[in-house]
Design a binder for this molecule. Structure first.
Ligand SMILES: [Zn+2]
Length: 74
């Protein structure tokens, strides 16, 4: 079965593609590709945003991330 991928964004060795057959996002960083559903990608974005904010301003309180949804990795 073919899984047609549509590129949503690509820059600096990072590429985000959407499988139009199974609605999974393919997040490629260099040679590594993560396949996650869109809800997991949204949670990944939120956690990554919080982590980068903490990295950029380590004296700031750690922002809370709503603990909703299933884990990113099964
Ligand atoms: Zn697919």
């Amino acid at each position: 079965m073919a899984h047609p991928l549509r590129t949503l964004a690509s820059a600096h060795g990072v590429q985000i593609q959407h499988c139009e057959d199974c609605s999974v996002l393919h997040i490629s960083i260099g040679p590594v590709t993560f396949r996650v559903d869109p809800s997991a990608a949204h949670r990944l974005r939120n956690v990554l945003h919080s982590a980068l904010a903490q990295l950029d301003s380590p004296t700031q309180p750690i922002p809370m991330v709503a603990p909703s949804g299933p884990p990113l990795i099964n």
